[in-house]
Write a protein that binds this ligand. Structure first.
Ligand code: COA
Length: 272
């Protein structure tokens, strides 16, 4: 890393990601509003560290990722830091993106992107690595990399294509389209738009709330089975489904659900 790139990280002051726990839900906030919460190298590394730590946290039921302030969820790569990086620095950075966003994608608990402001480039790629996306009214988002002479390098070409299909992904990426929240929802890039006057974070927390009482082993198995569907033949996919199903069969939670049904009460799932 060049001296100037190191200085940029020091200027950024720490990782730029703050963490908060709300019951069984973790909220990770990209917290450098003066740079539109752009992703520095330190922030990308920290997101990966948080995801790996969260993967072993048995009391966690969901993660919400959002941005500080009301302007930006994340304006993508930190273009100021990027200017101080040479070609080799950037090349070294891409595997870090892949590892960190991959760790988020692989989390056994549902992940929500609460898109409170613009989400461009790596910012939208981060949201695409989450399971669920909700945006505040009026925000803009897009994979804008080709307008900067590059392409999405943190999974955007692959994850967006899996989410919206090849035709739409090409249109959005080749033309560096900047969508508003309503268009993004209509195209399936995001799931929901928050209600008028509701913040993206509140919308995500309300959406995630039922997961606090859900059966964690079943949720993790469902995520793994669905995640594995798109790159398998139907036959392989059905085997994956059977393996994931088997994990739920062996769980105490399944027996608790049957008992609760018989006793006409709500089940108390413990993730065992
Ligand atoms: N990296 C670092 N700093 C960024 C940034 C980024 N990706 N995006 C915005 N900022 C900074 C600006 O440099 C500016 O800082 P300054 O006041 O010190 O100059 C501040 O955030 C506000 O940005 P500005 O462009 O003045 O605000 P705006 O409301 O007119 O536009 C954006 C905001 C996000 C639409 C615009 O900055 C933009 O298009 N950024 C690039 C987004 C992008 O294509 N990202 C993909 C990267 S691969």
């Amino acid at each position: 890393m060049g001296e100037q790139a190191q200085r940029e990280i020091e200027i950024a002051g720490g990782t730029g990601v703050t963490v908060e726990r709300r019951g069984a839900i973790a909220v990770w906030t990209l917290d450098r509003p003066e740079r539109y919460n752009a992703l520095s190298r330190a922030a990308v590394r920290e997101l990966g560290r948080l995801a790996r730590e969260a993967a072993g946290d048995r009391s966690l039921r969901a993660v919400v990722i959002t941005g500080a302030g009301d302007k930006a969820f994340c304006a993508g790569a930190d273009l100021k830091e990027r200017r101080s990086m040479d070609e080799e620095d950037v090349r070294d950075f891409l595997p870090l993106y892949r590892a960190s966003f991959g760790a988020i994608d692989a989390l056994p608990v549902p992940t929500f992107a609460a898109i409170n402001g613009v989400a461009f480039g790596g910012g939208l790629e981060l949201a695409l690595a989450c399971d669920f996306r909700v945006a505040a009214r009026g925000v803009k988002l897009g994979l804008t990399e080709t307008s900067l002479g590059i392409i999405p390098g943190a999974g955007g070409t692959q994850r967006l294509t899996r989410i919206v299909g090849e035709g739409r992904a090409k249109e959005l990426i080749v033309f560096a389209r900047r969508l508003d929240a309503e268009e993004a929802a209509a195209l399936g890039v995001i799931h929901r738009v928050a209600d008028e006057g509701q913040s993206a974070l509140d919308a995500a927390l309300a959406w995630a709330a039922p997961l606090e009482d859900a059966a964690p082993i079943a949720i993790a198995a469902a995520l793994e089975a669905v995640d594995g569907a798109s790159d398998r033949s139907l036959e392989d996919g059905l085997s994956l489904e059977a393996r994931c199903y088997a994990r739920t069969l062996a769980s105490q939670d399944r027996l608790e659900a049957l008992a609760a049904f018989a006793e006409k009460r709500k089940p108390r799932f413990e993730g065992r």
